[in-house]
Design a protein around this ligand. Structure first.
Ligand code: SAM
Ligand code: SF4
Length: 696
């Protein structure tokens, strides 16, 4: 069984208006807690759990003061003790925000579709539907990083409620008890008086960061019925079962009572929940790339960011469970690229018992040269906001190495990192391994040291630039990408200019740029003023977008056009059409490349046909033996059979054009990753290009 359901205590009370509220009172146990019942020791950094849960606990205490009557101690109201028929409830799941949310939605899907757990615990089987109005439960996984992300969700919830009222679900023969006492009894043998059937509302649920940030406030205006934070997804089947009409059988007939509760909430954050034992059910199982979540939460407390409050403390999955998931994706599901995922992915630290045994603390001597007993930050100019780093266990470099060991044909990437956690060992590993992608996300946020200080990023402009120099020295063909926030509290024109000059200097391969949005609870919210007017934020945002676009064009014209790139083919492009078919994929540097295809599937040479030509080119011949004159070799090459390319194949594409950060090219041959790197195209590529053009 994939899930171990946990019994949790809830306080349930009936309001005067007959609505029922569920409030969490006791701490949850994650599935891993049976391994270790010991209380986790809080790091001595002055940050306590109350930093993350203050608002909910505060509100809970107030509500607990009300008399809610007897509190049941297991979920929900002893429902399991009755013989109920199984129900099938359909859910629709919509995801907003970052990849972490997409990955969390895959976990939610897995939890709800886990028949074994649902049937035994809640007498409900869940089915997913892509049609909103076909669903009994409408779940929205939300993002709280900026105000406009939240506005979109509020708008959606209002629309859903309006659609739901106009298109009620098929009516169930609902019976309603004559008074509250009868409902409290839950005596299915005594069928209450039949009342007029009510309209059945869909259950509207809010999941994720916004649920965690706003908690009970999300019930406002009746838009939501169910609020579940990012660490409480295991509780979903139980909470939904309490919100669904309750089946009762009487005289052999099935009827439905009103739900146990009208609203349900679980927003408890956890110190150890990683959902490691849950196999995500991916929304696009045919994709050639898959995200594997390796850690959750963030300890950095950048002054503008709400993530530490919505996602809680950092915790990492055991290395072995990650490698196993990645292996299954590669060996059984046709995945060719694994993207390791976390809010702060390169802070990964597996401190499990087995990790500590295998990778014990480094000696005092070594530790004195490293940051806190065994951990190295990127370079001297970077500091950790979170003081307790280091010690035994596996670090991110160990994880990347282990996943890349699965197969030399499996690509490994990661997102989203923090620049402080790029120790030299990680950069060297990336340089050595062909299957660890040459792409580093280095979110700078600002090019001004004074803004970076106010942002509490733990580095200066100079340290950041030095790191980029190190990276480009170690991994020459690397792509560097970044995030920027413009208009942060107190940002002056000079500080904004610093961001523009940094961008011009680095020439990023991709950038994600945002206007600053003040978030509640953050350090900036408590101590600074959001004093850059909206029109100035938006003008500055346009300026940095323009700077990025100008520079990415220059960079791609200089570094990409003319190159032979190994592309992981993803399939036919979205813009492809009859008569002008195009396919696309991504380079090692994570650049999108599109190339034309004459037929339904693209055709090209095989690696076997290409190899002798390229090895001949890389040898030196007497000047009178020009390779173009070797007609025997060219003849057999020209007559070699063409092969087709499918999604999931690697292929070599010659880039002939750059449009911003998207590249266009010509498909040359189907390749393997190892075969491509063995060809040593640095050597033979320049000579090969005229040859391929002549043959095409
Ligand atoms: N962990 C990554 C890091 O350290 O850079 C970033 C992850 S964060 C979820 C994604 C991006 O959202 C940030 O890099 C930042 O640029 C942006 N962001 C976060 N808080 C923001 C805010 N209050 N206003 C505007 N953008 C914000
Ligand atoms: Fe937010 Fe900073 Fe953590 Fe990134 S590192 S998630 S920006 S607090």
């Amino acid at each position: 069984m994939r899930l171990i359901s946990s019994l949790r205590k809830i306080a349930i009370g009936r309001r005067k208006n007959n609505a029922v509220l569920a409030i969490r009172t006791l701490s949850t146990k994650s599935s891993t807690s049976n391994k270790s019942e010991k209380k986790r020791k809080l790091p001595d950094d002055g940050i306590t759990l109350s930093h993350f849960t203050q608002s909910s606990q505060h509100k809970s205490v107030k509500k607990e003061e009300l008399d809610f009557g007897p509190l049941p101690t297991s979920a929900p109201l002893g429902l399991e003790s009755f013989e109920h028929p199984h129900r099938v409830l359909k859910f629709h799941l919509k995801t907003y925000g970052c990849q972490m949310n997409v990955s969390d939605s895959d976990i939610v899907r897995s939890i709800l579709l886990d028949e074994e757990s649902n049937i035994s615990d809640h007498q409900i089987t869940f089915q997913e539907t892509q049609e909103e109005m076909d669903a009994d439960i409408l779940l929205t996984n939300t993002c709280a990083i900026r105000e406009n992300a939240e506005s979109k969700v509020w708008h959606r919830l209002q629309e859903l409620r309006a659609h739901d009222s106009k298109n009620p679900l098929e009516q169930l023969p609902i019976v309603s008890s004559q008074d509250e006492n009868e409902i409290n009894d839950h005596d299915s043998r005594r069928l209450p008086k039949k009342k007029k059937a009510k309209k059945r509302k869909r259950i509207i649920g809010v999941l994720g960061c916004m649920a965690e940030r706003l908690k009970e406030d999300m019930f406002k205006d009746g838009t939501a019925d169910l609020i579940v934070g990012p660490d409480a997804y295991r509780d979903l089947p139980r909470l939904i079962s309490a919100l669904a009409p309750q089946p009762v059988t009487s005289s052999g007939q099935l009827h439905f009572e009103n739900p146990m509760m009208e609203r349900a909430l679980n927003v408890e954050l956890s110190f150890d929940e990683t959902y490691a034992d849950i196999t995500p059910v991916r929304s696009n199982p045919g994709d050639v790339s898959a995200f594997v979540s390796v850690m959750r939460g963030c300890n950095n407390m950048c002054s503008y960011c709400v993530v530490p409050f919505t996602r809680g403390r950092e915790r990492s999955r055991e290395l072995e469970s990650i490698v196993n998931e990645a292996r299954v994706l590669y060996e059984e599901n046709g995945v060719k690229e694994i993207c390791l995922l976390g809010q702060n992915v390169n802070s990964y630290h597996d401190r499990s018992e087995s990790a500590i045994l295998t990778n014990p603390q480094v000696s005092e001597e070594v530790s004195s040269t490293k940051y806190k007993a065994g951990y190295n930050t990127s370079n001297d100019g970077f500091s950790n906001m979170f003081r307790l780093r280091g010690g035994a266990g596996y670090y991110f470099v160990d994880l990347v190495e282990a996943v890349s060991n699965i197969s030399p044909e499996l690509r490994v990437r990661f997102t989203s990192p923090h620049p402080k956690d790029y120790p030299p060992e990680l950069l060297s590993l990336m340089a050595e391994r062909n299957n660890v992608c040459n792409h580093l996300h280095m979110p700078a946020q600002s090019g001004s040291s004074t803004v970076l200080e106010r942002m509490r990023r733990g580095y200066t402009r100079e340290a950041y630039m030095e790191l980029i120099d190190d990276v480009r020295r170690t991994i020459p063909d690397v792509a560097i990408t970044s995030d920027f926030i413009t208009g942060f509290c107190g940002e002056t024109e000079e500080e904004h200019e610093d961001t523009l000059t940094l961008m011009e200097h680095i020439q990023y391969d991709q950038a994600f740029m945002f206007a600053y949005s003040m978030r509640g609870k953050t350090h900036a919210n408590r101590t600074m003023e959001d004093d850059v007017p909206e029109e100035i934020k938006s003008r500055r945002l346009q300026e940095i977008i323009h700077m990025f676009r100008t520079n990415v064009q220059l960079r791609n014209d200089e570094h990409e056009v003319g190159k032979l790139r190994l592309v992981l083919v993803e399939g036919e492009s979205r813009k492809s059409k009859e008569g002008a078919r195009t396919w696309g994929g991504r380079t090692d540097q994570n650049k999108r490349v599109v190339f034309p295809s004459k037929g339904q599937a693209p055709e090209c040479w095989s690696e076997e046909a290409i190899r002798p030509v390229l090895s001949a080119l890389s040898q030196s011949y007497p000047s009178n033996m020009n390779v173009m004159a070797r007609s025997d070799m060219l003849h057999s090459f020209a007559n070699s059979p063409r092969v087709t390319v499918e999604a999931g194949d690697y292929a070599v594409v010659q880039v002939d054009q750059a449009r911003g950060h998207t590249l266009k090219g010509k498909l040359l041959w189907r390749a393997s990753m190892q075969g491509f790197h063995e060809l040593d195209l640095e050597q033979s590529g320049p000579d090969a290009i005229p040859l391929f053009n002549a043959m095409a």
